[in-house]
Design a protein around this ligand. Structure first.
Ligand code: TRP
Ligand code: SF4
Length: 523
């Protein structure tokens, strides 16, 4: 991890970047790649903000009611468009949470984070969905249906044992969800192979079912909105971000109308609109009778060097004496003729109707968005909100490298015998110094310590004070690794014991649910 992270802050918790080891030290010089089917490592989380436009979770933490400890501790580090979901949680409107699990092995403590995120959203009032990505496991990972069945059962037991309420929420397998398949088919109409190539690196060798599993995931992500559109959050690792971006795109492509701002009858880009607003206001705004040609002249005199100015001036000049007036525009994307008529009907106040758009002069943007969704839904459309996402950090492996299901000592499975769990923690690498003496003198390196991560991500649970105490005692040289690991190992043993007991209790609950636990599929 780079030293630029190490700025001091006076928070109750140690500085976030110090509190959490982000795997950077272990991941080495990996470039940032976001590959859903590749190895899930990220060497520097800052690149995700800069290169991919993921936003920092910290910036919206204040908007979240009663935030989960993974949010408070910066384990959930990023998001896309989480505000609408946070708002609904705060104010009590409809929202949903959904995530999916490929049943390729035993559920482990990395999956537990996502289970907890789903459950937390459910507790805050969101409709909750957990799905088993069995089609994806079969197509992209080549698992047999028998293997898939075994793991499916196990994932669901852990999700239930951790507190998922199946009465309130919904669990499903991709392979048995007809509505998801139908939605996938419709979404597939809006996506093509070149795009899959660009996003996922698919090529002529990629099998068709793998591609189908992508549209299936797109349908999973939008499934909570089938009955009624609502802000939906998808908690995942950042490796899934390409899927989230595509889903956001497809959601928009399915919409009947696109709502934009406009100033005159012609189309303008976002940059041109900024200039037009500027001219409009400089020339007297609402109180004046501003004409396009006046705005052209104003821009020519005062803003000619700005981006987009040349085209804006040209367009305005061509429009001559047409009034320049701000308005919201509904562009027809996929609307049926009936829906387009219904929209015209529904727009209140002054409006102008064109072939492929409607301009409304007395609506603000938000009201227009709402109206367009209403009209769409009433006329047979989906009216999807673009799905939101939150991203959690990957845990560092207990052996120092990345946490990998193929290296048992590197991770803790939720099915590990509690004694094995204890032993794995006892044998973990640490951020400790060579000798106890040095440790007392220099303090340990908690931010490079997989054991500290266990405390922060799991063992300290909701108890921030405890997590902070471990951190501060460690870096202050009061805590030595032997005792620290013993404590963590015991907590891990207790956690596994309790979790496995709950899993056993959930067997009956699971069998009572309307789920196909044995797939009749062959192949
Ligand atoms: N692709 C995900 C994985 O690799 C699984 C998945 C399928 C998923 N559908 C989803 C995740 C919908 C989130 C939302 O684990
Ligand atoms: Fe890690 Fe604990 Fe050692 Fe600190 S004292 S380096 S947290 S094992």
């Amino acid at each position: 991890m780079s030293d630029e992270h190490h700025e001091a802050e006076g928070d109750a918790l140690p500085p976030r970047e110090n509190l959490i080891a982000d795997g950077g030290s272990a991941a080495g010089a990996d470039d940032v790649t976001l590959d859903p089917w590749g190895s899930a490592t990220v060497s520097d989380y800052r690149d995700l903000f800069e290169q991919f436009g993921i936003e920092e979770f910290d910036h919206i933490l204040d908007e979240v009611p009663n935030p989960h400890y993974l949010m408070r501790r910066g384990v959930i580090f990023g998001h896309r468009d989480y505000s609408p979901v946070a708002e609904r949680l705060r104010e009590g409107g409809d929202a949903a949470v959904l995530s999916g699990f490929m049943p390729t092995g035993d559920p482990h403590i990395g999956h537990k984070m996502v289970f907890d995120e789903i459950i937390w959203h459910q507790e805050q009032g969101a409709d909750a969905y957990g799905l088993i990505a069995d089609l994806e496991a079969h197509a992209a990972r080549g698992l047999s249906w028998a293997e898939i069945d075994e793991h499916t059962r196990s994932y669901l037991l852990s999700l239930l044992a951790l507190g998922f309420d199946p009465e309130e929420g919904e669990l499903y397998r991709q392979s048995t969800n007809r509505e998801v398949q139908d939605l996938a088919f419709e979404l597939g109409v809006k996506a093509n192979f070149s795009e899959f190539q660009a996003i996922y690196g698919f090529d002529g060798e990629t099998d068709v079912s793998h591609m189908q599993s992508v549209v299936t995931q797109m349908a999973d992500i939008l499934y909570p909105q089938l009955e009624e559109p609502k802000p939906t959050v998808i908690p995942v690792g950042p490796d899934q971000d390409p899927h989230v971006r595509l889903a956001r795109d497809l959601a928009a492509r399915m919409r009947y109308f696109k709502v934009t701002e406009a100033f005159a009858s012609f189309e303008a880009t976002a940059e041109e609109r900024v200039l037009m607003r500027e001219a409009y206001e400089q020339l007297g705004g609402d109180d004046a009778d501003v004409r396009c040609e006046d705005a052209a002249e104003h821009l020519d005199q005062h803003h000619a060097a700005e981006v987009g100015a040349e085209r804006a001036i040209e367009k305005l000049a061509n429009a001559g004496k047409e009034p320049l007036r701000p308005r919201v525009r509904f562009l027809d994307r996929n609307a049926t003729p009936e829906a387009f008529d219904a929209l015209i009907e529904a727009v209140e106040g002054e409006k102008r109707v064109f072939d492929e758009h409607v301009d409304a002069f007395d609506l603000d943007h938000e009201a227009a968005e709402e109206l367009s969704r209403e009209v769409e839904v009433e006329n047979g459309g989906f009216g999807f909100y673009p799905p939101s996402s939150i991203y959690h950090r990957f845990m560092t492996g207990l052996t120092g490298g990345k946490m990998s299901s193929s290296v048992p000592a590197s991770h803790i499975s939720l099915l590990d015998d509690p004694e094995d769990g204890y032993q794995k923690v006892k044998s973990a690498t640490t951020g400790g110094r060579e000798t106890a003496e040095l440790q007392r003198e220099l303090g340990g390196e908690a931010d490079k310590c997989p054991v500290y991560e266990l405390y922060a991500y799991l063992l300290a649970g909701d108890d921030d004070e405890f997590a902070t105490e471990v951190y501060e005692e460690c870096v202050g040289g009061e805590r030595l690794c032997g005792g620290c690991k013993e404590q963590a190992a015991e907590l891990m043993r207790d956690f596994l014991e309790e979790h496995q007991e709950k899993r056993a209790e959930m067997e009956a609950v699971l069998d009572d649910l309307d789920l196909e636990l044995e797939s009749p599929r062959r192949g």
